[in-house]
Design a protein around this ligand. Structure first.
Ligand code: M6R
Length: 604
């Protein structure tokens, strides 16, 4: 939540900051601002409620070569110009991603209240840095203030009489930095400056980073020098651009065949799953009594796909927990439990804290993560990178399918090691997994049909997604996708549960998206569909049964390519993603940046 960027170098800063902020807008987009050093060493600030394009409109051209920028997702205080970052107090201007939990207490204890003009926790931090700053030594001020703060933070700070220098420090909230011939960069995420450097380092927690045009200095709070650990990304600028698509979401939906191949292919050796290159020993898979999957949102729904598959094939207990609940419900984890943590960003705070809790009970934690070097990846015992490339649209699409694909690989490996599957069956299973990307490519060809059918959804106030077994878990993801980008109320129901209450909500014309890809419950689902149809629902049915034409069962049938039904989730979910997408764009909404949301949820 919130995107931050800083640059100091030998070329103009403003455009680097504004362009970087546009790349970071997925992290928050309700207000934006920049601060830069003027020629006289004073700090100038431009900020406004609205998006980065609104900020651009109020920025004059200037020659400043050092500045900081912020795009906000409001936590403390409404969306106003005053609450936008940067915040300036005395000689200090700063930007912040995170939450200072004890801001009220700090404002009272240090008598800062009269200095505050915004409602934000961040301005209290700015006032505190200024209070401890003696006009000479910014690092000493930072060292004194940081231990006083409770909560999460990534700060970029400029001190008025230190032109050309940016100081940065963080706890939990992410921050990466790089140097290049143009100067020194810092940001929440390297998409903000990847066109200048693919080599970067993660700013360690509680380290103070000093950025100057031609050098950086990293030290701990005791003044000891730290050597940055550089990483290199395996994707470039084009991966973070729309490449001709009208939106990132549509681009990412279409990238799924390639993304899945990048997740699975390096981990298939001689037709069988192999995690050798990930450094995961077979003992990890052998010595496992039960599995708990922990994640949030779409990542959690991908975990549910994993649960259904693992329980089915392995026959051991598999639980899926919402990360924000897991932390507070005394989870039953033993040293023989495997805990799988799933996160695209690797920075979701609830998932990270859940991982930390799990690690107090077992050292068999594994994360499925997209962003290289992210906190969750670094802190779990083992990590499987999904290699999906940057996911910019707030609504996850390719992240879900690659996470699900990782679960298929893991399940096959577990089954082999635990003798729950023969080698011959494992080879067939892996061949089916290898076919998934081609199957998705086929499904993507149905986009015109899907767009057409969503015309029926544009005026709906309520919709329902129903299914049984793995189709029920898919329904949850389909409903989430529709809600978040089209603002239409959508509920997922286990089809058999409808008549225990919810069917009361079905009236003439209410859209019901029904999934029927699983043969062992097929007839039951069809009966449930007839029940809603008889009460006037407009039924859109997804199945692999090409014989369906009967108007008493559905109004529109999407015939999915025939695949072994364990693998139907991949093609069905792509249709659900397209239903959400075309409903959103059909309503004239911004599918990439839905209201009230941000891509990376780094506050609790
Ligand atoms: O980065 P993460 O995978 O940890 O994010 C978890 C959720 O916030 C995320 O999956 C969210 O639900 C989706 N972006 C919704 O489409």
């Amino acid at each position: 939540m919130c995107g931050i960027i800083g640059f100091t170098g030998n070329i103009k800063a403003q455009d680097i900051l504004l362009t970087g902020l546009e790349k970071l807008e997925y992290r928050g987009y309700d207000s934006a601002g920049i601060a830069y050093f003027k020629e006289n060493g004073k700090i100038s600030i431009r900020k406004t409620a609205g998006k980065v394009k609104d900020l651009r409109a109020i920025c004059d051209d200037n020659d400043a070569t050092c500045g900081i920028g912020h795009t906000r997702w409001a936590t403390h205080g409404g969306v106003t110009n005053a609450n936008a970052h940067p915040h300036k107090s005395g000689n200090v201007a700063l930007i912040h991603n995170g939450i200072i939990e004890n801001y009220h207490e700090l404002a009272t204890t240090y008598d800062l209240e009269d200095r505050l003009i915004s409602e934000t926790d961040t301005e209290v931090a700015a006032a505190l840095f200024d209070k401890f700053y003696d006009g000479e030594n910014p690092i000493e001020a930072i060292k004194e203030v940081i231990p006083l703060l409770k909560g999460s933070f990534a700060f970029c700070i400029m001190f008025e009489n230190r032109p050309g220098v940016i100081y940065a420090v963080r706890n939990v909230s992410p921050m990466v930095a790089a140097t290049s011939k143009e100067g020194s960069f810092i940001a929440s995420d390297l998409t903000a400056f990847i066109e200048y450097s693919k080599r970067y380092f993660i700013v360690p927690e509680y380290a103070i980073l000093t950025l100057e045009a031609n050098k950086i200095d990293l030290q701990d709070l005791n003044g000891n020098t730290i050597e940055p650990e550089f990483l290199e990304v395996d994707w470039d600028m084009t991966a973070a651009q729309k490449e001709g698509y009208p939106t990132f979401m549509l681009k990412e939906i279409n990238e799924q065949p390639a993304a899945i191949n990048r997740t699975i292919m390096p981990r298939i050796k001689d037709g069988l799953p192999s995690f050798e290159e990930d450094g995961i020993p077979d003992s990890f898979f052998a010595d496992c009594n039960d599995i708990t999957i922990v994640a949030c949102g779409t990542a959690m729904y991908a975990g549910m796909v994993g649960k259904t598959l693992m329980q089915d094939i392995l026959g051991i207990p598999v639980t899926v927990a919402i990360a924000s609940e897991f932390r507070y419900e005394r989870p039953v984890i033993t040293d023989k439990s495997v805990v799988i943590v799933v996160s695209q960003s690797g920075e979701t705070i609830d998932t990270l804290e859940a991982l930390r809790l799990a690690k107090t009970k077992t050292n068999k934690t594994l994360s499925i993560v997209n962003v290289k070097g992210s906190s969750i990846a670094r802190e779990s015992n083992y990590v499987l990178y999904t290699h999906a490339g940057p996911e910019i649209a707030v609504a996850s699409t390719k992240a879900y399918t690659v996470q699900a694909a990782a679960f298929y690989l893991l399940t096959c490996k577990l089954a082999l090691v635990q003798n729950a599957m023969s080698e011959a069956d494992a080879r067939t299973f892996i061949r089916n997994l290898e076919n998934v990307s081609d199957n998705i490519a086929e499904v993507l060809k149905l986009s015109d049909k899907v767009e057409q059918l969503t015309k029926r959804m544009l005026n709906a106030s309520h919709t329902f997604f129903i299914g049984r077994g793995s189709d029920y878990t898919l329904s949850m993801e389909g409903a989430l996708k529709l809600k978040e980008i089209s603002y239409i109320h959508a509920e997922a129901y286990a089809a058999g549960e409808l008549k225990h209450g919810t069917i009361a909500l079905i009236s003439e014309g209410v859209p019901v998206i029904a999934l029927a890809t699983q043969s062992h419950v097929y007839n039951k689902v069809i009966s449930n569909i007839r029940e809603v149809k008889a009460r006037g629902a407009y039924v859109i049915l997804l199945s692999m049964d090409e014989k369906i034409t009967d108007a008493t069962i559905c109004d529109t049938h999407i015939s999915l390519p025939k695949v072994p039904e364990q693998f139907a989730v991949f093609e069905a979910v792509v249709i659900l993603q397209m239903i959400a997408y075309f409903t959103s764009t059909g309503k004239g909404l911004n599918a990439d940046q839905p209201r009230n949301l941000a891509k990376s949820v780094t506050v609790e």
